[in-house]
Design a protein around this ligand. Structure first.
Ligand SMILES: [Zn+2]
Length: 154
């Protein structure tokens, strides 16, 4: 799932769960639950084209980072109860995707994406059993629902 949707999910968990430790753990786990839902992935004939393409860079990294920052800024400005926990949960819910950075750098620099032996990355890839360009509507519905939940929690 896209980073803004992971961040929105984490923020809603942070605002809804009273215990900060429980909220943090649930936010981290939510990443894998969200990734298990069929979701959008940029087009490309294989992983190499996907990870090294300009479209991936702008859609996933730049636009995603700006929207995630916007979610945290919204929390910091509105300052609802537990806003800092919610901001931290937004980060934790998005954080498992940071483990893809070395592979992203490798794909960008060498133009190749080798299969990984890292168990965490293999689990992370395995849980995403169905992705595709046509599933953008799932991301839109999720963004609307969790965006609405966040706005009503402020
Ligand atoms: Zn992920």
């Amino acid at each position: 799932m896209t980073a803004p949707n992971h961040a929105l999910t984490g923020a809603v968990i942070g605002l809804a769960v009273a215990n900060p430790l429980a909220a943090a753990g649930l936010a981290f786990l939510s990443h894998f639950m969200c990734d298990a839902i069929p979701h959008y992935d940029p087009p490309g004939p294989d992983g190499v084209a996907r990870l090294s393409s300009r479209r991936f860079l702008y859609e996933f990294l730049v636009v995603g980072a700006v929207l995630c920052l916007g979610i945290v800024l919204l929390l910091a400005v509105a300052r609802p109860q537990h806003w800092f926990t919610a901001a931290l949960c937004a980060f934790l819910a998005t954080s498992p995707d940071l483990f893809w950075i070395p592979r992203f750098i490798q794909a960008r620099s060498k133009g190749t994406e080798r299969p990984t032996r890292n168990w965490f990355l293999r689990l992370h890839a395995w849980v995403q059993w169905k992705t595709g360009e046509k599933l953008i509507w799932v991301e839109a519905v999720w963004f609307f629902v969790f965006g609405t939940l966040l706005i009503h929690s402020l």
